[in-house]
Design a protein. Structure first.
Length: 105
């Protein structure tokens, strides 16, 4: 990622945020349940769409989930599509939720 882009976990707001030059350009909202992180919604602000920020955000959020030892439940269609296109993250999703990865949407 470029030097002026940063992803951080805003745990108070229950979302990962992608910052562009210090300003929030998008987020991936989540809920925590036991040892799972449930991604519910990903949004990139309209003025920042089409720059690959969503992929960078989700990649960093999934890496952080792996580092924390949490499994991932991708209720958010963007996160689900990202994992489907990047199978190196599929192992984060418990078998019981693999149907979320097989849905188009």
């Amino acid at each position: 990622m470029a030097d002026d882009i940063e992803v951080s976990d805003n745990s108070e707001s229950l979302r990962f945020e992608i910052l562009l030059k210090g300003e929030v350009a998008g987020f991936a909202a989540y809920r925590l349940r036991a040892n799972k992180i449930i991604f519910t919604h990903t949004e990139i602000l309209p003025e920042h769409e089409g720059k690959g920020l969503g992929s960078g955000l989700v990649s960093a959020a999934l890496d952080a989930s792996r580092s924390s030892g949490r499994s991932v439940v991708p209720l958010c269609p963007f996160v689900s599509r990202y994992i489907r296109r990047h199978p190196e993250y599929r192992d984060l999703v418990p078998e019981a939720y693999h149907d979320l990865l097989d849905e188009e949407g």
